[in-house]
Structures are given as structure tokens and as C-alpha cells.
Design a protein around this ligand. Structure first.
Ligand code: GFB
Length: 311
């Protein structure tokens, strides 16, 4: 990508899109095309068609999506399926219509079968049943991957798909029910510390294992792949290590400085027992993450205290 290239970041105010935005700015890209959801509703087919026709972006990072943690995925099932299909259909199709040079579609590790062998290789896609709590979101993301592949196969489009592991970072969602586990625990431990509460509740059994990548590392990988990867086959992005939810809770507890007890609420779903990406394909291309988990949690906790704790 030339430094003057016109690059559209769909979803630039979200956690992932804003990290990509920061990364591109830091690298000197200064012809970035940005629209808030209020300015451009990506679910609106005509609005997206008009936008692409008027603006003619050369490159697209498709980081706009309806996202959330296990509870939001499981309860807002229609919204997750419909809105994600609409957004990606509109953007990917218009990228084809207007001859975008290259598009990156961001998926999710939940596209893989619930009981996939670990670590999860890219070729395990569509080899087994999905985790029920996030099946609608996963089905939408799988459709996006297949749409990119199909536009490549039928029309020769350079549309690539990347599959990030579970993420955390600046501008994360700290909603008490709808967020992912890491921001949820940051909020809960912080509030318990502030209010001197003796016990904090963690959802599920604490035994599921997850891998967590800092969103700024993900953004670095996305820009790296935009420049170095031209293959329609999906590619995983992760750090290659996981930990149990109980271990994560202990880590967040120590970063926050909370001294009370943990209890596990087994009425809440565990989701997939383990989700660890095989990142050997990415490592072979020459990219590795740089932010260790504890250091990343410290950075986002400081940011939470400064910017989000009172919201
Ligand atoms: O982060 P999370 O919602 O995502 O939950 P998933 C991960 C694990 O943490 C589950 C447990 O076993 C939860 O039960 N957990 C413990 C909590 N306490 C909490 C809490 O307070 N909040 C939340 N949210 N979880 C999502 C998918 O699954 O991962 C999406 O639903 C997406 O589709 C995303 O792929 C990356 O890893 O289970």
C-alpha cells in the first residue's frame, strides 16, 4: 500500500478499527477514509453503494461488525446474524463493484468447530458443529469468508480473510452483561475494590481456556498481512498461548489490586471448552505478537480507570 493510497477503515471507532487507524497513522498513511455509523449505516445497501461510488477507496479494512461476549451472542441471536450479514454483504460486494485493489475481512476464532483439535489450524473450518452460544455470529463470519473466497475465485478480487483470537484493548466494551470476559472482569474487580465488596462473581466454571491478543498487536498483524499476504485462504492471528478463565480472573484481580474472593456462577454458560489458535502460518510469514498478556491488561486497566470507570 502506497502511503498516499486511499484506505477505508470500516468500523474505525471500534476497538479493532481504532487500533488499525492508530497503526496506519503511525506508519504515515494520511489518506484514510473514515465514517462513523451515524454518517454511514453499513447495513443500508444503497447508502454503502453510494459511498463506494463517490469515494472509490483503493484498500478496505472491514472491521465493522456487531460484536459482544457470550451473553450478547447468545441472546441477541437475530441481530448478530442479520446485522453482520448485511454489513459484510454490502461492503464486500461494493468493493468488488468499484474495483477495490485489496480488502481485508476480519472474522473470529468462533468460526471453528466447538470441539476442534487444539491448537486450531485454518483447515479445521467446517469440519464439525459450532458452539451453540455464538452460532449466529459464527455463521455470519463464515459467510463473509466464503464471500471473499468466491469473489476471488469468480472475479479475481484480492479479498483476504483473517481470523483473530479473543481480543482486548482500548475502546473495548465494558457493558456489565454484553462485554467479553476480560473487560467484564476489569470492570467487576475495579468496582468491587472501590466499593470494598468481599466477593466477585465470575461466570461459568472457570475451566474454559482462551487466548487473548492485544488489539494493537492485531492491528500490526493486519497491516503486515495487507502488505504481505495475497491468498484467499484464511489465516489465524493470535499469540499462541492460552490460560483458563480462572487463571485470567486471578491475573485481572492482581492487576486491579482487588483482595477479596472469587465465586463461580455455574448458571452462566461456559461456551467452547478451549479456543487456542495455531499461528504457525502467521509465524512462518514473519509476524509475532509483542505485548505479553499481563502488560496488555495493565495498559487497558490504566485506560479504563482514566476514561471509562465512571461511565
Ligand atoms: O469473552 P467471552 O464472552 O467469549 O467468554 P467466548 C469467555 C469465557 O469467560 C466464557 C467466561 O467461559 C464465560 O462464561 N466469563 C466469566 C465471562 N466471567 C465472564 C463475564 O463476566 N463476562 C463474560 N462475557 N464472560 C465469544 C463469542 O465467546 O468470543 C463471540 O460469543 C466471539 O462470538 C468472541 O467469537 C471472541 O470466547 O466464550
Amino acid at each position: 500500500m502506497e502511503k498516499k493510497a486511499k484506505i477505508y477503515i470500516a468500523g474505525h471507532r471500534g476497538m479493532v478499527g481504532s487500533a488499525i487507524h492508530r497503526k496506519l497513522q503511525a506508519l504515515g498513511y494520511d489518506n484514510l477514509l473514515l465514517r462513523t455509523s451515524g454518517e454511514l449505516d453499513l447495513r443500508n445497501q444503497q447508502a454503502v453503494a453510494d459511498f463506494f461510488a463517490a469515494e472509490q477507496p483503493e484498500y478496505v479494512f472491514l472491521a465493522a461488525a456487531k460484536v459482544g461476549g457470550i451473553w450478547a451472542n447468545n441472546t441477541l441471536r437475530a441481530d448478530f446474524l442479520y446485522e453482520n450479514l448485511a454489513i459484510q454483504n454490502n461492503v464486500i460486494h461494493q468493493a468488488y463493484v468499484q474495483g477495490v485493489k485489496k480488502l481485508m475481512f476480519l472474522g473470529s476464532s468462533c468460526i471453528y468447530p466447538k470441539l476442534a483439535p487444539q491448537p486450531i489450524k485454518e483447515e479445521y473450518l467446517l469440519t464439525g458443529l459450532l458452539e451453540p452460544t455464538n452460532e449466529p455470529y459464527a455463521i455470519a463470519k463464515i459467510a463473509g469468508i466464503k464471500l471473499c473466497e468466491a469473489y476471488h475465485d469468480q472475479y479475481g478480487c484480492n479479498f483476504i480473510s483473517v481470523m483473530p483470537t479473543n481480543l482486548y484493548g482500548y475502546r473495548d466494551n465494558y457493558h456489565p452483561e454484553h462485554s467479553h470476559v476480560l473487560p467484564a472482569l476489569i470492570r467487576r474487580f475495579h468496582e468491587a475494590k472501590t466499593a470494598n465488596q468481599p466477593v466477585v462473581t465470575v461466570w461459568g466454571s472457570g475451566t474454559p481456556r482462551r487466548e487473548f491478543l492485544f488489539a494493537d498487536d492485531l492491528a500490526d498483524a493486519c497491516v503486515f498481512l495487507m502488505e504481505n499476504y495475497d491468498n484467499p485462504s484464511l489465516i489465524n492471528i493470535g499469540m499462541g498461548e492460552d490460560l483458563s478463565i480462572k487463571e485470567l480472573a486471578m491475573l485481572v484481580k492482581s492487576v486491579v489490586g482487588y483482595e477479596g474472593e472469587l465465586v463461580f456462577d455455574r448458571s452462566k454458560p461456559d461456551g467452547t471448552p478451549r479456543k487456542l489458535m495455531d499461528v504457525s502460518k502467521l509465524h512462518k510469514l514473519g509476524w509475532r505478537h509483542t505485548t505479553p498478556l499481563e502488560a496488555g491488561i495493565r495498559m487497558v486497566y490504566d485506560d479504563f480507570v482514566a476514561n471509562c470507570a465512571n461511565q
